[in-house]
Design a protein around this ligand. Structure first.
Ligand code: HEM
Ligand code: NAG
Ligand code: NAG
Ligand code: NAG
Ligand code: NAG
Ligand code: NAG
Ligand code: NAG
Ligand code: NAG
Ligand code: NAG
Length: 326
């Protein structure tokens, strides 16, 4: 008995090491739904194999989920007659892939009903979709998040940084999530994949100081690139055209974003702002080393995935990701 006490103590201490400070742990569903993570990866890879626009959608979905009320799947909830949800906010206009999350959830409900949270699915799909290119996971996703029950459109603009932000505001919005300037720079590297709508940057081409004429341009933008962007976004009214955020490499998850950034080809003012602060410039330069980028991204996105998570008995496990359980 005594030896068991000691052994058990050792075991408990040993096991508890796998639980991270956030309350999440590696392979949380190992016992409750052993194949959950494989299933998520398989379905995700099947979709992504036919559609290169999906990884950026899912990476951004994860970011928007985590920055509003923590990573609790609240981004997935539909509006109801009584409630206008996060989805309806302007920054979400171009989010996509919700149907795929619902498909994955439906398949998981068939084998382990009520077990796997939508919040974890979002975090896993972000990782798996981006990693498809390399056929191996680019970062760890500890699991055990539970789902929130609130999704409120008014909270989005208070928490999601705007592409028109200067460095001060970017730093502030990240600090509110306990993320540092280094995290800000490293995570902005997510803009190495995907596209942006003209409306989010065309003020830099036509109306930078409010004069509204073609010579009212952002002096910090590379002149050649500016001329190119004007051929894509022909006026301030264009709200449909999209432009790759990392020209020349926008479907490859790599550190190329930091190279174009240094050439003053960052698409948004918020990208360009990373060159306006001494500390952040230092991190931008570090990210020009590919190995550093991958290893730092792994650290920062894991931190992002732990923001405000619900664990233990908090929240719920939604039956369907787009509606709160009754
Ligand atoms: C630093 C503050 C950030 C700002 C101001 C910002 C802003 C934006 C904007 C305005 C778009 C374009 C959306 C569109 O036109 O459809 C965009 C796209 C994107 N953002 Fe960010 N973002 C930031 C940080 C992040 C972070 C931290 C991530 C993920 C870790 C991320 C991932 C993405 C991705 C992958 C896209 C491409 C989406 C697509 O192709 O549809 N962003 N971002
Ligand atoms: C690819 O995904 C996008 C969403 O990013 C969707 O609008 C489009 O219909 C998909 N294309 C195909 C061929 O499935
Ligand atoms: C909306 O609120 C009303 C009154 O509080 C309630 O009777 C109704 O069931 C709610 N509808 C939904 C879809 O939640
Ligand atoms: C939504 O959030 C806003 C801003 O925090 C708050 O004023 C409002 O009461 C919230 N609405 C609901 C339905 O919780
Ligand atoms: C950043 O933008 C905010 C809001 O527009 C402004 O109050 C602040 O002065 C700006 N900071 C700098 C350093 O330009
Ligand atoms: C940031 O850290 C503080 C102190 O540890 C904690 O109380 C707070 O909940 C954290 N905020 C977020 C958004 O995670
Ligand atoms: C140009 O910028 C000014 C100042 O920011 C703004 O008031 C105006 O609405 C903008 N013009 C257009 C056409 O968007
Ligand atoms: C885009 O612009 C058109 C024409 O100005 C307008 O009818 C439409 O509502 C706009 N769409 C969005 C999403 O702002
Ligand atoms: C107001 C609005 O158009 N909101 C959209 C937000 O994103 C979701 C998912 O793409 C759309 O269904 C909403 O219409």
């Amino acid at each position: 008995m005594k030896s068991c006490l000691l052994l058990c103590l050792v075991l408990v201490v040993g096991l508890s090491e796998f639980v991270e400070g956030s309350g999440l742990k590696e392979n949380f569903y190992e016992k409750s739904c052993p194949h959950a993570e494989e299933i998520v990866r398989e379905i995700t890879w099947n979709y992504v194999a036919n559609n290169v626009t999906l990884p950026p959608k899912f990476l951004r979905m994860h970011f928007h989920d985590c920055f509003v009320r923590g990573c609790d799947g609240s981004i997935l909830i539909d509006s109801t007659p009584n409630n206008t949800a996060e989805k309806a906010a302007v920054p979400n206009l171009s989010l996509a892939g919700f149907g795929i999350i619902d498909d994955i959830k439906a398949q998981l409900e068939e084998i382990c009903p009520g077990v796997v949270s939508c919040a974890d699915i979002v975090a896993l799909v972000a990782r798996d979709s981006v990693s498809f290119q390399y056929k191996k996971p680019l970062w760890e996703v500890p699991t055990g998040r539970r789902d929130g029950t609130v999704s409120n459109v008014s909270e989005v603009l208070l928490n999601i940084p705007s592409p028109f932000f200067n460095f001060t505001l970017l730093e502030l919005f990240f600090a509110r999530k306990n993320l540092t300037v280094q995290d800000l720079v490293v995570l902005s590297g997510a803009h190495t994949i995907g596209v942006g709508h003209c409306a989010f940057f065309s003020n830099r081409l036509y109306n930078f100081t409010g004069k509204d004429n073609p010579s009212d341009t952002d002096p910090s933008l590379n002149k050649k690139y500016l001329a190119f962007l004007k051929t894509k976004c022909k006026s301030l009214a264009d709200n449909t055209t999209v432009v790759p955020m990392d020209p020349g490499s926008s479907t490859s998850f790599d550190n190329h974003y930091f190279k174009i950034l240094e050439h003053h080809e960052g698409l948004f003012q918020s990208d360009a702002a990373l060159l306006t602060n001494k500390d952040s410039v230092k991190f931008v330069q570090e990210m020009l080393d590919s190995d550093d980028f991958f290893s730092e991204f792994r650290v920062s996105i894991k931190k992002m995935g732990e923001i405000g998570v619900l664990t233990g008995t908090a929240g719920q496990i939604r039956k369907k990701c787009n509606v709160v359980n009754h």
